[in-house]
Design a binder for this molecule. Sequence first.
Ligand SMILES: [Fe+2]
Length: 278
Amino acid sequence: MPSDSERLKREKMKLIDLHTHILPGFDDGPETAAESIEMARAYVEAGYAAVVATPHVIPGVYEHTRTSILRGVRRLEQHLHDAGIPLSVLPGAEYHLTDRLVPLLREGELLTLNDTGKYLLVELPWVDVPPYASQILFELLLAGVTPVIAHPERNGFFAGRPKALSELCARGICAQVTAGALTGLFGRTQKRAAEQFIKQETAQFVATDAHGPGRRLEAGAQVQAQASRLLGAAAQALLYANPALVTSGASLEAAACREAAPKRSSWFDSIRRKQQKS
Ligand SMILES: [Fe+2]
């Protein structure tokens, strides 16, 4: 009997990690090129063919620009080429949600996942969803960029209100759960929330959010090996098909989410109305 990971690979798509902190000296990931190379080796051993480098972009903390990230990706690719490591590194970023996102988009300064102009990885604050979040997410959508909410299972608001993520999904916003959350690395509450998002089809991707070659990346391999048990029927889409669509800038099939759109007014609409009045 082939393992889940063997079977999924045979069905045949490259395994791409959409969320990783692999660029050296950019954030709280690896500090040196040697550490990034070690991390890349671990990715290849774990079965990945490509990763999207998504360094944190947080005003006042990690002030990276589109240009500096693209340059960092090119440098790392050269290091991996020189070291003979068969891992593609694609450009991206993990943007902290701020009111600068839409102006940056207009200025052509945002770096979307694989720079296709289609999907933007966005990190919300850990505890809550700020009142301005809905406006910014909608404006991105209207501008043709689909926000991908990073690790909603680790946001206290979404973890406690899974329906809130359904409402966002129904409006076309995507979400990425972390492999380590599904394996229990972050605790029981996060595991339960991640499982629920998979079950209710409001998460479209599983990624590692690795910051080194350790446990988060190992969790990525663990999820592949136990894909049927952890991800059910959506395993192929969550691990292979959807990340491939995102990196090629194609549309996801989100019909299930749209059908689940709430009929009644939601917390999201009430936040929007308050903003429109103010
Ligand atoms: Fe991250």
